[in-house]
Design a binder for this molecule. Sequence first.
Ligand code: ACM
Length: 712
Amino acid sequence: LHRYSATRHPVTGLSPSVGGGVRFGAMRFPSVIAAALLVGAPALVAQEPPIAEHGPQHTLMPVPRTVTRRDGRLRLDSTFTVAIARYDDARLRRAIARAVTRLEARIGRPLSRAIGTDASRATLVVNVERAGQTIQGPDENESYVLDISAGRAELRAPTVVGALRGLETVLQLGDRDESTFALPAVLIDDAPRFPWRGLLIDVGRHFMPIEVIERTLDGMAVVKLNVLHWHLSEDQGFRVESKRYPRLQELGSDGSYYTQAQIREVVAYARDRGIRVIPEFDMPGHSAAWFVGYPRYASGPGPFEIVRRFGIFDPVFDPTREEVYTFLDGFVGEMSRLFPDPYWHIGGDEVNGVQWKANARIQAFMQRRKLKDKEALQAYFNQRLSRILTRHGKRVVGWDEVLHPDLPRNTVVQSWRGIENLAKAAEAGYAGILSAPYYLDQIQTAEEHYVADPLPGWTTLTAEQQRLVLGGEACMWAEHVTPETIDSRIWPRLAAVAERLWSPRTVMNVDDMYRRLAATSVRLEAVGLTHESHTERMLRRMLDDRPSPGLRAFMEAVQPVNFGQRARMEPLTQQTPLVRAIDAARPDPPARWNTIRLVEAAIASGPPNDSARRVVRERLTAWRDAGASVKAVAEAKPSLREVQTAADALSRVAAIGLEALDMITTGTRPAPGWGETTLAELTKYDGPQGLLRLVVIAPVKRLVERAALNSH
Ligand code: ACM
């Protein structure tokens, strides 16, 4: 129930009744740091620079394990050539060809497509020992060394997958000065901290065509993620072609499903990028779409329909009938040939037990077998399903509800209802992956995801238990996203999660993360993602015209309300067009962190920072004036009328900021009580303004607090 409940937040684990620290189960997040992060006070944030270096700062994301800068640069121009020095195969050649194409686009000159074998003459030498695993698993070696001098670059890796990771680093290092494009001379020795670094995409609630999946895989490769967790069945849709049980897709998908050829294409596309594809067929709950075509396997009476609303529903597999397991054995047998990964996700979340309770035969079965509650019945189902999957060579992954004394020991537990479930699973001897703090659908900041560590320094797990923590997965649940908006909900925030899972734990400087995230976001659009451009495109459709500068300024300072707020405010179904301002808005827009940093610079002690103050003034002025500008647009375009509340609020907040900035600049004393009254007014604007939230309240509060000090 948690994603829909107002009482507990799946991202932070915070319940409104728990004040102070963020609850991380046995592990506590020091509330002083949490507070510092919330107001962006940099002095309290861990200040370790990510690496020792000289020269311009790099924008690598994720930050490698070690980076040693050297003097000089390796110029890349039309004389650029690549050689494969040792192990050579088609996957490696395709990866090099893609890298050369991307380099060519950045350099703006034609580059040679020929891949030589003479290492002594090439600009970039790729030196790989072996192919790597035939079917990539979590124990694949992804390490690489990148050795760049002014004369040439060498990429050394034990496996092709390591070389793929290193090629992405090469592309991120490339930099242009006035006249030349070059790589800095550098020695990078890199390997991931966690072997399981994933993204879940839910294609059940909203179907995502193959091109969305493939561009997402391209983005994942850029930030070195290695697992696509493909959530393929839901109450709202069954999305894979089954030749054995064709009514699954014929009646359960509205015609929106992947053919088996498309599945093979995606699996091959992912493998080319060193990414595993793990299918999830959610069972026994979240399964209404299966029963539209095959009602006999359900616990309740049919007929069944594809569910259009969102939430938790009653249809559930009947664990008591042998023919259900015969069906599942046939299904797994067919699908296990499409999905070569050694792991398979059985779902297991949010079973409400309503149909089990209402079925006298199921109740009698439970009594006979001494299964005392729905959890025990689900554990029985999981055991039977696990045996089937083991027979087909698969290791089972399940959501944390599967954790039960009867759960087979080699199951991997995916923790989503709170980070404490990861520790609980490890303490009980189960491998685990963390998702609770990485729910992208919740519309949190990149920073909030970034500071959540699967194994924080204060973990109470033993060394052996810690080895059971395989990594994490961000989750893109798709109630509120479409092919047009999904990029903006995944990116660039996923890059922050990718760094948390790849880089050393000590890489945790939020300010530096945002600096590199800005560069990464541009890179991600260059490989075909649309997370920044979708705003303009959607506004144009709403307006039948280009947006005004005022409307653009407004959109930069707002973000969507969070998942629960939207679910409560709007009666959404699968068929609701998601084409409004909230859909055009972006989570955690760059203006949030940028304004926090600028305001800190503008009010820092010491000589006044005039340039920071000038930029703050310009921005606040644009936001103050956006209210009137949006009003003018909204009068002509009813589709935008709903943003008027937020635009007026932004206008007022910005006006307050300007007033405070004037006091700070001129040393004017505010009237008695001004500070408190004004902060209270700002707090009023902190919640949803319609379906949008302002992202600049915190820095304006800082300005007011600073101006109020003038009275002392
Ligand atoms: C889930 O969010 N129901 C796994």
